[in-house]
Design a protein around this ligand. Structure first.
Ligand code: ATP
Ligand code: AH0
Length: 398
């Protein structure tokens, strides 16, 4: 028998496992690594975040990803090269991180790799299936690190009837649901998404959806209009601008916002081309800082509208809004969320005991833990609308 299969079997029998979660999001800033110790699975999951950090991507590497990222037309050989290149760079980042943390690769039971999303394609009409593509092949990671690697977690979600995103629901429910407390876990990354967890802890009551742009339009606009800047640090630019209500209304009327929940999206849809189309079609004229103020408002209002329209009980319950992702560091966005939702207590997710910036990398480590451990005995195999399946593929090192 292949000794690597025996190893997998042994990992699944251990009382606790060390799993390294990897996430690189749509802002293409770098790779988040979170080394986690897990015991249990499902609602009995216990996790300790042992180490975490982000390693920035070299500038020319970001540029190569941007050339294929969410594009209608690409240089196909570049995509093939990047698939291997990203896998190999991530393997190098893992080895460097473990060395700096004083942890030997053989101490790590598994790696959980999200990969780099280059295309996300939910289809809400017609006969084509939903699809999504994450690259950075995990065979490179497994072979170069010698560690069993799980990857490509979004495909089974689609096979089970989902759109491949958001996957945050699994981590949010297993780690952060709390009896007698209604919680909304909001992540503001490139795209915004939330998970609503009812105080009943009944998986049938869970709601999860993307809300629209988080930081993606803001970041892209800053890069285009303020050379040398990558994002609107502390909303210093947006605060100099004035809200342009007609532009805000036109953006809030885009078809995505009228589509039924749950839904997912990405920079394939929310990009500068779309913004420019709306501005030119309506003949709006506004300064760059006014545009940034308006885009910040779009993020705040589209998140708030989604919460109001998707969560039936929202008017009558007291709900804590727990915010993670880079957008939680944007003070103007956080101020606006509190103002628009006065009945909610808005807190940063660090207060849940997991550093906000590590939350998504921890999520993928948790998904790997589930795939290794879930005994599939729970009778209801859905969390709200999300299929509850063993997600991910397994790459063996040798
Ligand atoms: N101090 C700050 N002020 C304003 N915005 C900030 C601040 N810090 C971070 N951000 C925003 O957060 C972004 C990074 O967010 P994050 O790391 O969650 O993105 P991501 O991992 O690519 O997200 P996702 O994978 O969810 O798309 C920055 O590009 C910026 O827009
Ligand atoms: C396809 C894809 O990579 N989607 C990301 C992206 O970043 C935020 C939002 O869009 C979310 O839907 C998702 O990631 C998180 C981790 C998720 O699936 O929950």
């Amino acid at each position: 028998m292949n000794p690597q299969i025996t190893q997998l079997y042994q990992i699944a029998q251990k009382p606790s496992r060390l799993i390294l979660g990897l996430m690189s999001g749509t802002s293409l800033d770098g790779l988040d690594l979170a080394l986690c110790r897990f015991s249990g699975f499902g609602l009995k999951t216990q996790v300790e975040l042992v180490k975490h950090h982000t390693i920035p991507y070299p500038e020319e590497f970001k540029q190569s990803i941007r050339e294929v990222f969410a594009k209608d037309q690409i240089h196909f050989p570049s995509l093939s090269t990047l698939n291997a290149q990203i896998g190999r760079l991530h393997a190098q980042f893992i080895l460097d991180s473990l060395l700096s943390w004083g942890i030997a690769p053989k101490e790590v039971d598994a790696i959980a790799s999200h990969g780099q999303t280059v295309m996300h394609r939910p289809m809400r009409s017609g006969n084509l299936p939903n699809s999504t593509l994450q690259i950075g092949d995990a065979d490179h990671i497994a072979h170069l690190t010698g560690i069993i690697t799980l990857s490509d977690f979004r495909q089974k979600h689609i096979a089970g009837g989902g759109e491949g995103a958001p996957l945050a629901v699994y981590g949010d429910y297993f780690l952060f649901s709390k009896k007698e407390e209604h919680r909304i876990l909001l992540n503001i990354g490139g795209i915004g998404n939330f998970t609503y967890l009812s105080a009943s802890q009944d998986p049938k009551d869970i709601l999860v959806t993307d809300t629209g742009p988080g930081n993606t339009l803001l970041d892209a606009y800053v890069r285009q209009h303020f050379p040398g800047f990558h994002y609107d640090k502390d909303a210093r630019l947006a605060r100099q601008g004035i809200l342009h209500i007609p532009l805000l209304d036109s953006l809030l009327n885009l078809p995505f916002f009228n589509e039924a929940f749950p839904k997912s999206t990405g920079p394939e849809y929310f990009n500068l081309e779309l913004l420019n189309q709306v501005i030119h079609k309506n003949g709006y004229s506004l300064t760059p800082v006014d545009t940034l103020r308006t885009l910040t408002e779009l993020t705040a209002q589209s998140i708030s509208n989604a919460m109001q329209n998707y969560i039936p009980a929202i008017q009558t319950i007291h709900c804590n809004l727990i915010v993670s992702g880079g957008g939680s560091k944007n003070p103007l966005l956080m101020e606006r969320l509190s103002k628009i939702n006065p009945k909610m207590k808005v807190v940063e997710s660090d207060q849940l005991g997991i550093a906000s910036e590590a939350k998504e990398a921890v999520l993928f480590a948790l998904l790997a833990n589930e795939t290794l451990m879930d005994d599939q005995v729970a009778s209801n195999r859905r969390l709200g609308d999300s299929p509850w399946l063993s997600l991910g593929k397994i790459s063996l090192p040798n």
